[in-house]
Every structure is written in structure tokens, then in C-alpha cells.
Design a binder for this molecule. Structure first.
Ligand SMILES: Cc1ncc(COP(=O)(O)O)c(C=O)c1O
Length: 384
């Protein structure tokens, strides 16, 4: 017999039992009064977590679907966009934009670093700055474990241009503070299989009045993701097309659990998870990929393997012996870092377990720089 699988990757994240039960309810009609009540609760919960008075749209698509929706709804062929790239997912904005026939300008930083308001300001004050119709950025770069200073980046855009501020909050929402209205964000997208602790398949999008006004000028906003169609029915507790009814049940439960914990509780728990992992890793003499605590992600921590030991061997040891999955690096960082996810339904108990298992596996593989128990003690120290 094996222990249950523990997902410690930055999505999909573990699904709590109460949500599994909600997901397994028999489906009901998506135009029924009963489902309307579910959707109204979900819409209100989404406004609570996005911290917005604006309606939030619910798409039956993964996060990338909502990213594409962000661009096709407000931009026209040939429009110029600026993408702030700091890793695989932020760079996805550029790929989508290119494929939609937009002109893409890129500000790129090396992996492990964040985008800075200074570089953004320089670009916007430069010769190409005033042509930019939208600036796309990411809050939490999952591929490296970096948290971007979104409030400052959004402020910089507002100060120097009329461009829309479009933000990927796929792995930051439900993990750290994000304030759609107060920070002047125009479009923000998130997804179900991360901080919301439900399986993949839903994404969420908030759009400001300014974004909706720009949407009215858009020549080909598409059909399925069309903002107007979603905006028209949110008030009625509906979606324009058949939604993933059972995932919506899961979402209702997820939001209830999150509201019970409260925003501050959620943010503090993620911060504690992060501090425990970082302290454990440092205690056992391994290097963090993101050295600065200020830039470190609340959702995922990237770690360099010890010299001479491969990421594959560490991940395989942890999976085979303990049935815990941790993530590899992505693209150029494959084999160079491993990533420990601590997003969603992850608690200090899980962190104590994973760092202990990491320590055992590293010892088995010949890394014995510190005595067994050092990493665990480092993590424990954050709890005292
Ligand atoms: C920050 C971020 N943005 C976008 C995505 C893409 O989301 P999806 O895989 O749900 O399409 C991911 C997926 O991991 C992500 O972490």
C-alpha cells in the first residue's frame, strides 16, 4: 500500500476533501434557479478575492484561455503592446500577442529577477512609449518563483501612459495580496487549479470600466470569450454558455473555505510556508534560486540542486519513496532547479514533511554537508 499522492507543485494543487465532495454532486441545469444561487455566490466570492466592485467573468477554460481573452477583447490587429517578461509564463503574453497579430515590445529580465518600475518608466518615456495600448505583466512568475511589484508597476503605467494594465494573477490570487480596484488594474486573470484548490478547467477575469470602453472599440473581439456576452449575464447569475457545472460547485466551496480563513489568514499561511521552505533549504546548505526575500514567491520556491546531484534524481527519490511530487524547472531551467509548490491547501505540516523527505533523499544521493534534521530544524524554527 502507498501513501496518498501529495502534490507539491505550483498547480494543480491538492483538492481538499470538502471540495471533492462538492465536485461529486450530481450536475444540475445551468439555467436553473438552484444554479443561479451557486453562480451568484461564486461571482461575489470572486469580487471579494480580486478586491473589486467590477463584475468578474467565469470562463470554462484554463488560465491561458483567460490570457487570450484579455488581449482579443481590447486590442486590434497591429496594436502595440508592451510585455514585461521575467520567465516562461510572463513571456506567454508575448507569444499570444504575436499570434494575434499585435506588435510586441518586450522588456525582459534574467530568470530569478523581477520586472522593475524603473525599466518600465524608461521605456514609456522613450520614443515608443506613447504608442503602447496595453502593458502585460505577471504578478507571480511560477517558472522561477519571483513575485513582481505589481502595484508599483501599475502606478508607473498610469503615470506615463494611457495604456491598459493587464495582469496574470494565476498563481498569486489566493496566496498574496492583490487589489484590482485600488491598484488601478484594467484586466486581471486567474485560474482554478492554483490558489482556488479545485481541478483545472475554470478561469476568471476582471475588467475595469476603461477596459470595457476599449472593448467597444475592438473590431474582432471573438465569440466565446467576448466580454460583452459575459458582462450582460453576470448580474443575472448566469454564464453565456454552459459552464463546467461541477467545477463551479467546487469553486463555491473553495470560496467559502477561503472566506472562512480570511484574506489575512490566507496570506500569512502562504508566507509562513514560504519562510519555512526557504529557511530549511538554507539551513541544509543549498542555494535558493531567488535570493532576495522581497522578491520571493509566496506560492513556489525554486532551489538549486547540490553539486553533482541531478534534479531528476532528487525528484525521483521523493516521488518513489514518499509519493510527493515536486516540480522540475521549465524550458532553460529544466534540470537546473527544482521547485517546491506551497500554494493552495498546503500547511506547515506539509512543509515539515517535504523538507524532511528532501533531506533524506539528498543524504541518500551523497549530499551530507549537514546532519540529518538540519533542514527540518530550520523549518521548525519559523514556527516558534
Ligand atoms: C502564472 C501562470 N500563468 C499562466 C499559467 C497558464 O495556466 P493554464 O495552464 O491553466 O492555462 C500558469 C500555469 O501554470 C501560471 O502558473
Amino acid at each position: 500500500m502507498k501513501s496518498d499522492l501529495a502534490l507539491m507543485i505550483p498547480g494543480p494543487t491538492p483538492v481538499p476533501e470538502a471540495i471533492l465532495e462538492a465536485l461529486s454532486r450530481p450536475p444540475i441545469g445551468h439555467r436553473s434557479n438552484e444554479f443561479k444561487v451557486v453562480l451568484q455566490e461564486v461571482y461575489a466570492g470572486l469580487q471579494w478575492i480580486f478586491r473589486t466592485q467590477r463584475p468578474v467573468f467565469l470562463y470554462t477554460a484554463s488560465g491561458t484561455g483567460a490570457m487570450e481573452a484579455s488581449l482579443i477583447n481590447v486590442l486590434n490587429h497591429g496594436d502595440e503592446v508592451l510585455v514585461l517578461s521575467c520567465g516562461v509564463f510572463s513571456h506567454r503574453w508575448a507569444e499570444i500577442a504575436q499570434e494575434l497579430g499585435l506588435q510586441v515590445h518586450l522588456i525582459e529580465v534574467p530568470p530569478g529577477q523581477s520586472n522593475t518600475p524603473e525599466a518600465l518608466e524608461t521605456f514609456l518615456k522613450g520614443p515608443q512609449g506613447q504608442q503602447i495600448k496595453a502593458v502585460c505583466m505577471i504578478h507571480n512568475e511560477t517558472s522561477t518563483g519571483v513575485l513582481n511589484p505589481i502595484q508599483a508597476l501599475a502606478q508607473t503605467v498610469k503615470k506615463h501612459s494611457d495604456a491598459l494594465v493587464i495582469v496574470d494573477t494565476v498563481t498569486s490570487l489566493g496566496a498574496t495580496n492583490f487589489e484590482f480596484d485600488a491598484w488601478g488594474i484594467d484586466i486581471a486573470v486567474s485560474g482554478s487549479q492554483k490558489g482556488f484548490m479545485i481541478p483545472p478547467g475554470l478561469s476568471f477575469l476582471a475588467a475595469s470600466e476603461k477596459a470595457m470602453a476599449q472593448h467597444q472599440q475592438c473590431a474582432a473581439p471573438g465569440h466565446y470569450f467576448n466580454f460583452s456576452k459575459y458582462e450582460k449575464v453576470v448580474e443575472k447569475g448566469q454564464t453565456p454558455y454552459t459552464p463546467a457545472v461541477n467545477l463551479t460547485f467546487g469553486m463555491q466551496k473553495s470560496l467559502a473555505l477561503l472566506q472562512e480563513e480570511g484574506l489575512e489568514g490566507i496570506f500569512q499561511r502562504h508566507l509562513k510556508n514560504q519562510q519555512m521552505v526557504r529557511q530549511a533549504v538554507k539551513s541544509m546548505g543549498l542555494s535558493l534560486f531567488v535570493e532576495s526575500d522581497t522578491l520571493a514567491s509566496p506560492s513556489v520556491t525554486s532551489v538549486l540542486p547540490p553539486d553533482g546531484i541531478s534534479v531528476d534524481a532528487i525528484r525521483a527519490g521523493i516521488k518513489e519513496q514518499f509519493n510527493i511530487v515536486i516540480a522540475n524547472g521549465q524550458k532553460n531551467l529544466t534540470g537546473k532547479i527544482f521547485r517546491i509548490g506551497h500554494l493552495g491547501a498546503i500547511f506547515p505540516r506539509d512543509i515539515l514533511t517535504v523538507v524532511s523527505c528532501l533531506e533524506v533523499v539528498c543524504h541518500q544521493l551523497g549530499y551530507q554537508k549537514t546532519p540529518l534534521g538540519t533542514a527540518v530544524a530550520g523549518a521548525q524554527g519559523e514556527l516558534l
